[in-house]
Design a protein around this ligand. Sequence first.
Ligand code: BGC
Length: 763
Amino acid sequence: MKNYLKHHEWHIIEEGFDPRVHRISESLFSLGNGRMGQRANFEEHYSGEMHQGSYVAGVYYPDKTRVGWWKNGYPEYFAKVLNAPSWIGIHIAFGKQTLDLAKCKVTGFKRVLDMKQGLLHRVFTATFPDGKKVRVDARRFCSMADGEVGAIRYAITPLNFSGTATITLPVDADVVNKDSNYDEKFWNEVANEAKSGLAIVTAETKKTFFHVTTGMTYAVHTGGKRSKPASVKATKKEKYADNVITVKLGKEQETVVYKYAVVLSSENHAKPKMMAAAKKKLAAASAKGFEKLFAEHAAVWAHKWEECDITIEGDIAAQQGIRFNIFQLTQTYTGEDERLNIGPKGFTGEKYGGSTYWDTEAYCLPFYLGTADQSVARNLLVYRYKHLKRAIENARKLGFTEGAALYPMVTMNGEECHNEWEITFEEIHRNGAIAYAIFDYIRYTGDETYLSDHGLEVLIGISRFWSQRVNWSADKQKYVMLGVTGPNEYENNVNNNWYTNTIAAWTLDYTRYALDYVRKADESKFAKIIAKAKLTDAEPARWKDIIDKMYYPVDKGRGVFLQQDGFLDKELLTVHDLRPQDRPLNQKWSWDRILRSCFIKQADVLQGLYFFEERFDKETIKRNFDFYEPMTVHESSLSPCVHVILACKIGYEEKAYEMYLRTARLDLDDYNNDTEDGCHITSMAGTWVSVIKGFGGMTIHHGQLHFAPHLPKQWNGYSFRLEFRGRVIKVRVTKQGADVILESGEPLTVVVHGREVALRTIR
Ligand code: BGC
């Protein structure tokens, strides 16, 4: 755990330059706008330890899988999110001396991420080896008003000399991925152009043939007025174009370089027109200028915050944490483009390949249900509907038949593309999360039409998979499920993972309900779906048999569900038995040792108790929580949020608060020593859920919204807003009690602490 950032309600602040945490800061201070984004790399050249990363949504490369010994069923490739052409460079030199924070003496360094306005701001003073001193003030944003535009205001002031600076303003597509299986470069050049005031490159990804056009223009201002560089040289080479300008800098006089950039993707533009479209857009951006572009961008942020801010009074660390989570989530996925999804690292790093995981359904969906128009959550479900054919194909490759669908654990386009056989391949529980998301969406929105439009087909495919994946155990006289990995990835190839068996049987049950519902609601659609899926009467009958006779491992003595068969054979230690130097286990222990230990990476049985909480009484939840939580190392970011929700339910206030800080500040305080690879974007939705469903006690029963709010004793109050079935509801909790206010929409009756409350707007 680290603690080098200042606590502030709206800002992330780093004071003093410490190269040892630079890669962590590059992740934390990342910028994005749903279409593109980049790590907080410096504009000026930096020769120290860093991770260059710019990303364009939806652009990936299928890197051929590399394994020791190929086995049938391995996915052909592991998708890589691509480090895309970079537009942020502003390289400064005085003669032969380059401004490089790894080589200069740095004082007064301050890096601020203004989350309210989406601005990355950095100031520092650098002293060159020959004693020259310059002050720099750099501001950068990726426009939320136009996802293809970014801008930088880079101000430089010589403090003890006058001189000529050579400033290189590149667009660089000659970039490498840190994560690449064969150390190859993933971009080819299509076109590039460099002339005075313009540098532009169109690059194409190998194999996937995405085109990305990245262009830049600039303006120089001295003493507040536009000035002409003393000279301009436009150069280009393969995959690269720039302008090198020389500018006379006066002692103690601020010179500002404005750099405007556009990034266009062939996902949104016709390839032959991209160079022209980029030039037009660049001209428009520079005509508007930095201040106007920024005002438009900040206005979008103001609106976003109005929709989804959570306020926490009396605890700045907690407030900063939740805003950081909401900020990063909002930068990553805006919900406007149904082809896109939420990569676990967003635009902050390469790990997890930018692909879609079960994280979207299990953790992110509630955030978009609660903070955005219903269509955003629906789009996330439709994304999977569109991949149904491929899910059937994925299952077929593994030997399943008759339309059984296995959704991928990791995907870009519906195909499985993970690179870890034992862990990811056997995590078939993700199929359950995709079914659960349909239920979750309908439970929240009441939009049952989704079942006949798309949902039922998906449920049939998934149910067929479960039905073929279980087998009858003559010994147990039950259906069992062998060779799986549950959500706790620190166990592989186990039998009868309680969570997986539970969600499988639940899916079968829900599919039977959905069949019945659509049959009654829309006979002709029902007939079409049945004909398309070729569903026989025998199938739902078999599903019923599986539901009735599914095997669930339990420990009757302790009154707990067992994570899997044989769990009790383990040496049952607790996290307190671990030495600090053993943590995180995944960096310190051999995999063999991890697998034999009882230590749990993330909520597993508890994940099931969270999903199906209405089935379990408090005592059951408590017994399981008391048994599993002490063994849980939370080395998946997705773990603590589930623990907050359950801890709130069973009245473990201190634990809930501890887990809240852990989920909300996971990256800010680098709990798992891995933030340098990027931020944990999908678990940030879990943080939001932990406030709404944990402290706010929000649940839905029979279409009715329930709250059971309580206030952690460390807080003076908190508030959040929810979109719910065309209404906006505000919940404000203080030491005096909870107010639930209908801000807009039709009257509604909600239940607060078990009592019905009729809400209407104040006119
Ligand atoms: C977690 C998985 C998750 C993946 C991507 C892993 O560390 O264990 O549950 O899907 O990260 O976030």
